[in-house]
Write a protein that binds this ligand. Structure first.
Ligand SMILES: C[S@@+](CC[C@H](N)C(=O)[O-])C[C@H]1O[C@@H](n2cnc3c(N)ncnc32)[C@H](O)[C@@H]1O
Length: 281
């Protein structure tokens, strides 16, 4: 089925998707406390069949494979070719010794999953659907009755200093643009608890629990590395898409200066706030 996700598919197969793939270990480090919260909530058991939604470079799929063990199965789905390629290479370089992983290039909003899963999980991979209600109905249909869904999504940008501060600093450098509509696909699609609750309920999920999780996010070991992360791979990268090299370089300098003012020459940590969501099919 054709969905309205082509812009996101292009985005995650383009420059930013490639940068995510090339730098996955820095992102995995930055997300560590959130990953731990997700897996603590999920409590995966040996033998379970798991769907990882928007698996990216595969960190959570590899963790799930270790936890469900050889008797389990993991389907790791993503629209991004470069990210799936990075994920496959990681598995080949460091076999988990656990479940076999099927790396599946697919749009989770509409993919007709043949298998039924005990669990579906996602680390920040569910906010990019053009039709979230349809996507979550499809995810629900992929779960066995009583199967469980666990995911992380960002709360409002204002609560996420790791995006809000660099974004505000870079805004004067870029052409004026309309702020995205609140229901547009993007990192802050599920910023409001009511939105998450309504979409999951509409898709037929029950026992919906939505819990705030807050941790500092390590942007990088130095101001320069943190600026690189913000400009090239964080949601600020979307703002700079299509800007010329002069603007990109100015953004890097502006953010490196900002981070020196905030954190000196050491590691840069900024506040990050998300929802940890659990529900039952
Ligand atoms: C913010 S990244 C998170 C990646 C990964 N879960 C992680 O934590 O590193 C969002 C991911 O969702 C994927 N994605 C976006 N829309 C998708 C869709 N409709 N179906 C499957 N994956 C999608 C992107 O390609 C990207 O890998």
């Amino acid at each position: 089925m054709v969905t309205g996700n082509q812009a996101q598919i292009d985005y995650w197969n383009g420059e930013v998707g490639q940068r995510w793939a090339d730098n996955h270990s820095a992102l995995d480090t930055a997300f560590t406390p959130f990953t731990q919260a997700l897996f603590a909530a999920a409590g995966l058991a040996p033998g379970e069949r798991v769907l990882d939604i928007g698996c990216g470079a595969g960190e959570t799929s590899l963790l799930a494979a270790r936890q469900v063990g050889r008797e389990g199965r993991v389907t790791a789905a993503d629209v991004s070719g470069p990210l799936l390629e990075a994920a496959r290479a990681r598995e080949a370089a460091e076999p988990t010794g656990g479940a076999s992983i099927e790396w599946l290039q697919a749009d989770v909003q509409s993919h007709p999953f043949e298998e039924r899963f005990d669990r579906a999980l996602s680390r920040f991979g569910v906010m990019f659907f053009d039709d979230s209600a349809a996507a979550f109905a499809n995810i629900r249909a992929s779960l066995v009755e009583g199967g469980r869904l666990h995911f992380l999504c960002w709360r409002a940008m204002a609560e996420n200093a790791w995006v809000a501060l660099p974004r505000a600093a870079v805004m004067p450098l870029v052409p004026e643009s309309e702020p995205p509509a609140p229901d547009a696909p993007g990192p802050f699609r599920f910023a409001l608890r009511e939105t998450v609750q309504a979409i999951l309920a509409e898709a037929g999920f029950r026992d919906i629990a939505i819990t705030p999780v807050d941790h500092p996010m390590t942007m990088g070991p130095t101001p320069e590395a943190a600026a690189e992360y913000a400009v090239r791979r964080s949601p600020v990268a979307r703002l700079l898409q299509g800007c010329n090299q002069t603007v990109q370089d100015a953004a890097l300098r502006t953010l490196a200066d900002l981070f020196v003012r905030l954190s000196g020459n050491g590691p840069v940590e900024l506040g990050a706030a998300c929802w940890l969501v659990s529900a039952r099919a």
